[in-house]
Every structure is written in C-alpha cells, then in structure tokens.
Design a protein around this ligand. Structure first.
Ligand code: ATP
Length: 337
C-alpha cells in the first residue's frame, strides 16, 4: 500500500453522481470534493438518504461519474467520459451487511479475492489476515457460527486480503448493538492504523465518526458542507448546518447573551458558565446528571433555551433563576438570518 509521491491517495473533484429517472438523471451527489492522504481514515457523516453510499459506489466503480473526476494514487479512475472497471481500481469494499458467503468457511471467505495467487501464498495470506483480526482459531467456522462482531472482522479481513490501495466501509457498525459498536470503533481504528490502510467510511453516527476518523465530511443533500478534523468541526463549524449537526448546542440571537443583534451565536454547554456576578439571567427548566458532569436546560430572558454545564452550580432545582456569563475566548457566530 504505497504511493509514488506525497499527493493525496484519493481525490474527488466536484463529482456528480445520479441514477436514471423517468425525466432524466436524478442527481444524488453534486459538486462533491474531498482528499485523503495515504494512511488517513476519512468518514462521510450525514443523515439517511444524503448520498453517502452513492459516493462509495462511485469510488468503487459501481456508479458512473457524470461530472468532475476521481483520482486514485494520482491517476484518474473516473470522469464524465471514462471509467476504470472496479476490479482494476485496487479498492476494497466492506458492505453494510458484510455480504459474507454463507456456504464458505471463514478461510474461504477471506481467500475469495485471492484465487489468482498460488495456493501456498493464498493460504499464508489468509492465515496472516485472520491472525491480524484475531480470528486465527476460526478459519474452519462458517459465518452463521460467529457473532456480529466476528463477522465484521471476517469481512474486514476479506476486504484487506488483496491489499487494496483504499478501503471503503459502508456503515461498518450498523449490525451491532450499541456497546459493541463503541468498542469495535476503537478496535477497527487500531487495526486500520496497524496496516497503514487508507480508508473511507460512511456513518450517520457522530460518535462513530469521531472515534474512527482523521477527517470527517458532514454531508447534506449530496454535498459535503465541511471536510475537516472532528475538533475543527466542533470548534469551528463553517456552516450553520454543521454547527447544528455536530455536538450539542443552540444558535441564539446575539442580544440573548448581550452580543451584537446582527449575529446568531452558537452556545454549546460549555459556553455559558454559572457565575453569581454574571450579567445573563436564565431559569432552569430541567437538570440531569450525565456522568461525570451535570447539565441543565436553561431558558434565557429572550425565551431561547440552551444547554449549560451546571456542575459548578448549586442548587439545581428546576425553576431556580441562575446568573450566568459567557466563557472567555472566541465564540462561533453566524450572520443573523
Ligand atoms: N440504485 C438506485 N436507484 C435509484 N435511486 C437510488 C439508488 N440508490 C440510491 N438511490 C437514491 O439516492 C439517494 C441517496 O441514497 P444513498 O444510499 O446514497 O444515501 P445514504 O446517505 O447512504 O443513505 P443510508 O444511510 O440510508 O444508506 C436516496 O434518495 C436514494 O433513494
């Protein structure tokens, strides 16, 4: 998995992808750009139906690109006039339901894409992949004998076995329960890191995206609004939708907290502090402990309700009037609509 130069391993340049529809093309993804460097893990994050899977399918070569282009390791693999076939792209894909072959053993599944290798090399590679994902003892098992998490690891081993330049993962945790999801997100990240794989995954779950990815693209209706690190998305959302979608918080008119009337300010729970001397008043609507800190919904005098970290505030009875002040340092604000 090496590239010849330091350029991005994957580049999407303003791609448009759609599906044939009675009136013409139903455009699902438009003007979408992103770049991933060798060894980076990216994530497309967005609500159901925003076009995440369609982007993966276009990268894998299952859907044609109607405008823009896709480059892998510096070479164009798809544009409006041409497309390298999927099997020549060196792209591995792990599907949402894992798509394991039920009639093949674990070893058979992992070796499926290696049929052109001589048998000893194939067997060695399968064994190495199973060792990597911690399933060395399960080679002879069938998929139905495994847990969801183990099936996921078989699917991952199968996708990694042919040494793809790029790995695509469609909702890799969707079939797992909540506890397993959290654990496996960290496990999968560590695994991908250990192989140096470059990967792009799709998720509708922010905590998964944050746990897994170096770069996250927040999508809305077929576009990426911001392609950035998790921290930048949280601290410096470039778009109102991103501010709303990522993390907790509310956009309130500036005057609600003594600021400019032309602005709307993003108030995350850590932006307002309890301070008996503070100039901002609010009534506690409800409070709750979400370990290790206490949070409360506070109705400001403007009527806006914001979430506030109340760990330092006592008492925390609903109906209490609280004095608050803004945290020091810059806040995120947008021109008022
Ligand atoms: N094969 C297809 N033919 C026609 N329309 C399709 C096809 N596949 C997807 N679409 C449409 O494209 C849009 C985007 O679908 P896509 O599966 O890419 O979204 P998604 O963000 O991955 O959603 P989900 O999280 O639900 O899988 C949807 O409106 C969907 O109905």
């Amino acid at each position: 998995m090496t590239t010849q130069d330091d350029g991005p391993l994957l580049e999407l340049e303003r791609i448009r992808v759609g599906y044939p529809a009675p009136g013409g093309l139903h455009v699902v993804v438009d003007e979408l750009s992103l770049a991933l460097r060798q060894g980076e893990i990216g994530c497309l994050l967005g609500a159901s139906g925003c076009g995440k899977t369609t982007v993966l399918r276009a990268i894998a070569g299952f859907e044609p690109v109607r405008a823009g282009r896709i480059l892998l390791q510096g070479a164009v693999v798809a544009d409006a006039g041409s497309a390298v076939p999927p099997e020549r792209r060196r792209v591995g894909m792990m599907f949402q339901d894992y798509a394991l072959f039920p009639h093949l053993t674990v070893a058979g599944n992992v070796g499926f894409g290696l049929r052109r290798l001589p048998r000893p090399a194939r067997e060695a590679r399968v064994a190495a992949m199973l060792e990597l994902v911690g399933l060395g003892g399960s080679a002879a098992d069938y998929p139905h004998e495994l847990s969801g998490g183990q099936q996921q690891r078989v699917a991952l081993a199968r996708a990694l076995a042919p040494e793809p330049a790029l790995l695509l993962l469609d909702e890799p945790f969707s079939n797992l329960d909540v506890d397993t999801r959290g654990r496996l997100a960290h496990e999968l990240r560590a695994l991908l890191r250990s192989t140096g794989a470059t990967a792009l995954l799709v998720s509708h779950d922010q905590s998964e995206a944050f746990a897994m990815a170096d770069r996250i693209g927040v999508m809305e209706q077929g576009r990426i609004l911001q392609w950035d690190s998790a921290e930048a998305l949280y601290r410096r959302p470039a778009h109102r939708f991103v501010a709303d979608f990522i993390g907790r918080g509310a956009l309130v008119p500036g005057p609600a907290v003594g600021l400019d009337a032309e602005l709307e300010v993003l108030l995350r729970p850590e932006c307002l502090l309890h301070d008996p001397e503070g100039p901002i008043r609010g009534v506690l609507v409800e409070a709750g402990f979400r370990g290790p800190r206490h949070f409360g919904s506070v109705r400001l005098e403007s009527g806006d309700v914001v979430e506030v970290d109340l760990s330092e505030a006592v008492p925390r009875q609903p109906g209490t009037t609280l004095a608050l002040r803004l945290v020091e340092g810059p806040l995120v604000a947008f021109p008022r609509r």
